[in-house]
Structures are given as structure tokens and as C-alpha cells.
Design a protein. Structure first.
Length: 355
């Protein structure tokens, strides 16, 4: 099938979904960092002891659900979101609660599936904005180390102009771009290529930072130095990376967006990392303080459902949690309807608009 290139002037001021271009005002209530179909085996960590490995091979059940939640990255099956029908069922819970759109940020490193996302969009009636680029270095193919910035830039620009993998389906966001801390040279190549691609095409960028506030500032400097407009960049994982109000404000001063995307996770269990991630009440308090200081136009919300244990089918909170529980919590805490609509409607629409 011959692909017809799309020029920047045709994309500017619009949002790319897997079903084509829409106007920003059509996006509606949006969660800004999700995964519907994805292979996260790059995050898998094998347990050292035989009996624990046996537990990790057991099918998900009520009996072992708590153990799996505390070892979510040690259970390979928990990291495989590959059932399209299940994705539709979970997404429909969000739709039924009044949801309109998702940013689906599973990139090429996570076995991104453009045609599956297109089918899910048609079946659910949701606008799905697809991601692009590459995840953290651990997910890269062995040959990736031989790639240079020019070849990555060409690849990213071609996806924007012609579509991904011969499908004609274009990414609406370049991300989530995976970074570790300290930043690996191959991850830096992706950031530089993304900045150059944004400068050429106007595509928005989303970044998965390393587990340090220093990572965030390093990423923003690299993007800016290579031509990116930081007002069209979103920094994900705010609630596990920027742990103080001062760090959050310092980041927002750059002009980028912050995505609170661990909403619904009341604790974080990782055998190798100890991070004081807040619960939803504290997340709401952090957001309120940022709003009071004038940053209400730069905050977005999501649940980042990237493992089975987070889905409703397996006893998790699901995509619907944002609308079922967190939106009402913000309203109960005194945030106006107008401001909540900024977080869920207007900010996502502005952030995902090509420029």
C-alpha cells in the first residue's frame, strides 16, 4: 500500500489518533499515560530462590493476588498485556464512567501494536492517541547500540509523515521515551532524535524519567539544547520522581507538563528500590498546592495501568479509577469543576496538539 506523506501544515493545530486527525476540542475527558496492549517483559526481574520462582509461575488468583502485587515485576505473566478483548473490557469501564480518550504510550520497545489499537478504538468509541520512540536501554535490541541519532531521527520523522510499520497509523505523541539514571548513551540518542523530530514535525513528546529529580532536569536540558519546545513536552511519573514541592515547581518553571500517573497505587513494592510514593490523598494535596501557585494549566492525570494486577479483572483499580474515585476526591477537596476540567480535558488536549 502506497503511503501518502503528511506535511506539517496539515497536522498543526490537530491531534493524531489511531483513527486519524481530530480537533483538540473533540478529545474530551482524557487519561494521559496508559497501556492497553503491551509487552513489558523488559521490566521482568527473576527471583533468586526456587520456591519464589514457583510462586511467580502460578496463575493469577485471589489466593496469590497480594503476593503478586508485592512482586509485580517478578511475575512474567503479570507484565504481558496481550489480550485485546480484555483491553476492550477494561477500557469500556472508563468509557461508561464518562471517559473519552487515552494516551496509549506503549512504544516500539513494548511491542506497540497500531492495528490492535485501531480496532480497540473502533470497538470502544474512545479516541486513542498512540505513542512512538523507544523505552529504557534494557528494552533495546542488541543492534540498537549501532544506531546513530540521524537514523533514529529519520525513523521518527517517517513515522509521523507516513505512519508506523506500514499501517498508515501515525503516532500522536513521541513517547514514552524511556530514561534511566544515570542516563545511558543510547537513551540520550533517543532524546536528541526526539527533539529534532519535534522541531521538524511539531509532534508532542512524553518522557519516562529515571528515578531521580536530577534525571528530569538532565532530560529537559538535552531536549531544549537540541531544539525541542519544552511547552510541548510532558514529564511522566511525577509521583515517583519529583518527591518534593520544590522539585515539582522547578520542573514546571521549564514550561513542561507534569503527569501524575500512579494514581490508584496506594503503595509501591519493589525489591530493589525504596521510594516514598504518596497515596491518592497526598497526590491530591500536592496537585492543589501546585494549582494554588498558578500551575493548573500544566498538570495531567492517569493511572499508568501497565500490569495485569492493576486491571479491574484482577482486583486492581483500572483505567476507570481516575473518574470513579480521583476526580470526585479532587472535587471534595474543594477544587472547582473548571479546574478539574483543565486537568482532564483542556490540558491533555493542548499537550497532544501538533504545532
Amino acid at each position: 500500500m502506497e503511503m501518502v506523506p503528511m506535511e506539517r501544515k496539515d497536522m498543526a493545530g490537530k491531534i493524531f489518533t489511531v483513527l486519524g486527525l481530530i480537533k483538540p476540542e473533540e478529545l474530551g475527558k482524557t487519561i494521559a499515560h496508559e497501556h492497553l496492549v503491551a509487552d513489558f517483559r523488559c521490566a521482568w526481574m527473576e527471583l533468586p530462590y526456587a520456591t519464589d520462582r514457583a510462586k511467580a509461575l502460578e496463575p493469577f488468583s485471589l489466593k496469590n493476588s497480594d503476593w503478586i502485587r508485592k512482586h509485580r515485576f517478578n511475575v512474567l505473566d503479570n507484565l504481558l498485556l496481550m489480550d485485546e478483548d480484555e483491553a476492550v473490557e477494561e477500557a469500556m469501564l472508563f468509557k461508561a464512567r464518562g471517559g473519552d480518550s487515552m494516551f496509549e504510550l506503549s512504544n516500539k520497545s513494548m511491542a506497540r501494536d497500531p492495528l490492535a489499537l485501531q480496532r480497540i478504538s473502533r470497538r470502544t468509541g474512545l479516541h486513542i492517541v498512540m505513542g512512538g520512540g523507544y523505552y529504557v536501554v534494557k528494552s533495546h535490541a542488541p543492534s540498537f547500540k549501532n544506531r546513530d541519532v540521524d537514523s533514529l531521527t529519520e525513523e521518527f520523522i517517517n513515522e509521523v509523515r507516513y505512519g508506523a510499520d506500514g499501517t498508515g497509523i501515525r503516532p500522536g505523541i513521541l513517547g514514552e521515551l524511556g530514561c534511566t539514571w544515570p542516563l545511558h548513551p543510547d537513551e540520550r540518542k533517543v532524546l536528541v532524535a526526539a527533539a529534532r523530530t519535534q522541531k521538524a514535525t511539531g509532534i508532542p513528546i512524553n518522557v519516562h524519567p529515571g528515578w531521580s529529580a536530577k534525571s528530569v532536569m538532565d532530560i529537559l536540558e538535552i531536549l531544549s539544547d537540541n531544539g525541542a519546545d519544552l511547552t510541548h513536552v510532558a514529564m511522566s511519573h511525577t509521583d515517583r520522581t519529583l518527591l518534593t514541592h520544590e522539585e515539582r515547581v522547578e520542573t514546571l518553571k521549564s514550561g513542561c507538563y507534569l503527569v501524575y500517573d500512579s494514581i490508584g497505587r496506594e503503595g509501591y513494592f519493589d525489591q530493589n528500590t525504596i521510594i516514598d510514593i504518596p497515596n491518592d490523598n497526598y497526590r491530591a494535596n500536592h496537585i492543589i498546592k501546585l494549582i494554588e501557585e498558578g500551575y493548573g494549566d500544566k498538570i495531567m492525570l492517569s493511572a499508568d495501568v501497565c500490569t495485569k494486577d492493576q486491571r479491574v479483572k484482577y482486583g486492581g483499580h483500572g483505567y476507570v479509577h481516575i473518574l470513579s474515585y480521583f476526580e470526585p476526591l479532587l472535587l471534595k477537596k474543594g477544587i472547582s469543576r473548571e479546574i478539574v476540567d483543565k486537568l482532564l480535558i483542556h490540558n491533555p488536549a493542548r499537550s497532544a496538539t501538533y504545532f
